[in-house]
Design a protein around this ligand. Structure first.
Ligand code: 4AD
Ligand code: MG
Length: 505
C-alpha cells in the first residue's frame, strides 16, 4: 500500500492506495474521483475501458465517503493538487457509505459543528489540523533544542492561578478541586529543580460568553526560566514565535494554500517584534500619539473609507453581471456562473457592511479608552493595525494582572508582565512576565486577590528556599493556530472544541 504523500516517488509506476471517496463527478465513461487517504488528496481517473464495466459502475454510483482501494498508475499533472493524478486499473469497494451529511455544498456553522466528527475529513479542516501538528512539533523542537525539559503540571488543582472567576470546580473524593487554568505555579517549582522547563498540557477556563477567541478547554505551553528577567523573557517569546511561524511557512506551503492563507503578515514575523510599555500603547490606541505620522483615529478613518469604496466596487460588479444575465446573450452555464457569483458578491458586501457598521463603535472605544484598564479585543486590534506586526506590550498596571506578577521597582503600581499581540485582529496569543520574589508582597497580593492563603503555602516555599529571579510565559495553542491559519473563529483550531454551549460531539 502506498500513501498519497509519497506518490512522487512512484511516478509512472502502478500503486495500490486505500482511502475514501471525498467527491466525484462522471462524464462520458470516466469517473473523476477526489480520493483521500489521510495523508493527502489526489484525483483518480477511473476509465470504463481500463477497469471494465462492473468496477466502473460500482465507482460511478459510489456514495461520498465510502471506503475503497484503488490500484492505478501515477501520472504527473502540474494542474492537480499535489502535482499528480492516478489512472485507475482496479477499484475495490471496502464499505459503501450511507448518505453522507457533509456535502461539498455550503453548510451553516451550527450544522458543521454538530457534525464535527465528520467535518474533520474535509480538505480545509484536514489542512488546518496538519498545520496544528506542525506548530506542536516545532514547539517541542524549539524547547528541546534550547535545553528546556518538558514537565507536566497536574490538571486537578487545589488553588486558582488566574483568578477565581473562570474556575471549573469538580468533586475530588468529596473535596472541591479545580481543573487547572494554568500550569505556571507548578512550572515555577519545576524550574527550581531543572532550570529551564516547559509544560504542554490542557487548561480550562469557564468563560460564559461566546467570542471568537475563547474556548473553555485549550492547550497551553508554559516555559519557566530560572534567573531570567522580563527582558530575557521577551527575547525568548520573540525567538520562539518566530521559530514556530517560520516552521509553518517553510513546511506547510501546500496546507496554507488549501486554506488560501495570505501569508504577507506572517512573513513579517521574521522581523524583530515591536516592544512598548502599556502607557505608550494606550497613548497610541487613544490617538494621542502617532506611529509614523499617523494616529489611530486617522487609521480607522482611512479604513472606514476603504470599506465604503470596496462596497461600491462590489455593487458595480453585481450591476454589470445582472445586466449581462438580463441581456439574453449568455449561455445557460454562463448565466448560472454569474448568478452564483452575484450571490457570493452580495455575501461579501454583507460582511463589509457589518465591519463598516462597527467602525463608529471602534473609533469611540479607542478614543475613550480609560488608562489603567485591561485591553479588550478591539483595543488590541487597533494597536496591532498600526504596525501590521506582532507587538509586545509590557509594564502593565498591577491591578489588571495576576497576583504572582513582579512589581516594577521603578514605576509604582506597575507590574513586569508582557502580552504578545498578534496582528490582523488576532490579539493576545502570549501572556507572561517576571514573577514576584518578595515573600511579603506575595502574601499581601494573595490576600488582596481574596485567595485562600493555605492553598498557596507550598508555592510560597519556593520563595523561602533558594529564592531567585525567574520568568515565564504561556502560549495558547489554539490562539496560535487561529492566527497562523487566519481562521475567523477559534473553534476550527482544535479537533473537538469545548466552548460555552457546546459539549458534543
Ligand atoms: O494570559 P494568561 O491567562 O496567562 C497565564 O495563564 C499565565 N499563567 C501564563 C504564564 O505566564 N505561564 O493565558 C496565557 C495564554 C493567553 O495569552 C492566550 O493565548 C491563552 O493562554 N488563553 C486562551 N486561549 C483560548 N481560550 C481561552 N479562554 C484562553 N485564555 C487564555
Ligand atoms: Mg493574558
Amino acid at each position: 500500500m502506498v500513501y498519497i504523500k509519497d506518490l512522487a516517488k512512484y511516478e509512472g509506476k502502478e500503486v495500490e492506495m486505500k482511502g475514501w471517496n471525498a467527491q466525484k463527478r462522471d462524464s462520458k465513461g470516466i469517473v473523476f474521483m477526489t480520493f483521500r487517504d489521510g495523508t493527502g488528496f489526489v484525483q483518480c481517473v477511473i476509465d470504463l475501458n481500463a477497469v471494465g464495466n462492473d468496477q466502473f459502475e460500482s465507482a460511478k454510483k459510489l456514495p461520498q465517503e465510502s471506503s475503497l482501494s484503488i490500484t492505478g498508475k501515477v501520472v504527473k499533472d502540474e494542474r492537480q493538487f499535489g502535482g499528480y493524478e492516478v489512472h485507475a486499473t482496479a477499484v475495490k469497494i471496502i464499505a459503501e457509505a450511507q448518505e453522507y451529511p457533509v456535502t461539498p455544498k455550503e453548510h451553516g456553522i451550527d450544522f458543521l459543528m454538530d457534525n464535527r466528527h465528520l467535518w474533520l475529513r474535509s480538505k480545509r479542516q484536514w489542512a488546518i489540523m496538519r498545520i496544528r501538528n506542525e506548530i506542536i512539533f516545532s514547539i517541542h523542537k524549539f524547547f528541546q533544542e534550547n535545553g528546556f525539559v518538558q514537565m507536566d503540571a497536574p490538571i486537578f488543582t487545589g488553588n486558582a492561578c488566574e483568578g477565581t472567576s473562570t474556575l471549573f470546580e469538580t468533586d475530588y473524593y468529596g473535596e472541591p478541586a479545580y481543573l487547572s487554568q494554568s500550569g505556571q505555579l507548578y512550572g515555577e517549582a519545576m524550574a527550581m529543580a531543572q532550570g529551564l522547563i516547559y509544560t504542554f498540557g490542557p487548561t480550562f477556563r469557564a468563560e460564559k460568553s461566546k467570542t471568537r477567541r475563547h474556548v473553555s478547554e485549550f492547550w497551553m505551553i508554559e516555559p519557566e526560566m530560572a534567573f531570567y528577567d522580563l527582558k530575557m523573557d521577551m527575547d525568548v517569546i520573540e525567538k520562539f514565535v518566530q521559530y514556530i511561524v517560520g516552521s509553518v511557512l517553510d513546511k506547510c506551503k501546500s496546507e496554507l494554500s488549501v486554506i488560501e492563507r495570505d501569508t504577507t503578515y506572517l512573513e513579517k514575523v521574521r522581523q524583530p517584534f515591536i516592544r512598548m510599555k502599556y502607557d505608550d500603547a494606550v497613548s497610541i490606541i487613544k490617538g494621542e500619539k502617532d506611529v509614523n505620522g499617523r494616529t489611530s483615529l486617522q487609521m480607522l478613518d482611512e479604513e472606514e473609507k476603504g470599506l465604503q469604496s470596496s462596497i461600491i466596487t462590489l455593487q458595480k460588479d453585481i450591476e454589470e453581471r445582472e445586466k449581462k444575465i438580463a441581456s439574453g446573450e449568455l449561455k445557460k452555464g454562463e448565466i448560472n456562473f454569474n448568478k452564483a457569483k452575484v450571490d457570493q458578491l452580495k455575501n461579501d458586501i454583507k460582511d463589509l457592511e457589518e465591519k463598516l457598521s462597527n467602525m463608529p463603535q471602534w473609533l469611540n472605544s479607542a478614543k475613550n479608552f480609560e488608562r489603567g484598564n485591561d485591553f479588550g479585543g478591539s483595543d488590541e486590534t487597533v494597536l496591532t493595525k498600526m504596525f501590521g506586526q506582532p507587538v509586545m506590550v509590557h509594564t502593565w498596571p498591577g491591578a489588571v494582572k495576576a497576583f504572582y506578577m513582579k512589581e516594577d521597582e521603578e514605576l509604582q503600581g506597575y507590574a513586569k508582565g508582557v502580552d504578545l499581540l498578534a496582528p490582523e485582529g488576532y490579539g493576545e496569543v502570549v501572556g507572561g512576565g517576571e514573577r514576584e520574589t518578595d515573600l511579603e508582597k506575595l502574601k499581601r497580593k494573595i490576600v488582596e486577590h481574596d485567595l485562600p492563603m493555605q492553598a498557596f503555602e507550598w508555592y510560597l516555599d519556593l520563595r523561602k528556599y533558594g529564592n531567585i529571579p525567574h520568568s515565564g510565559f504561556g502560549l495558547g495553542l489554539e490562539r496560535m493556530v487561529t492566527w497562523i491559519c487566519g481562521l475567523p473563529h477559534i473553534r476550527e483550531s482544535i479537533p473537538f472544541p469545548r466552548y460555552y454551549g457546546r459539549l458534543f460531539p
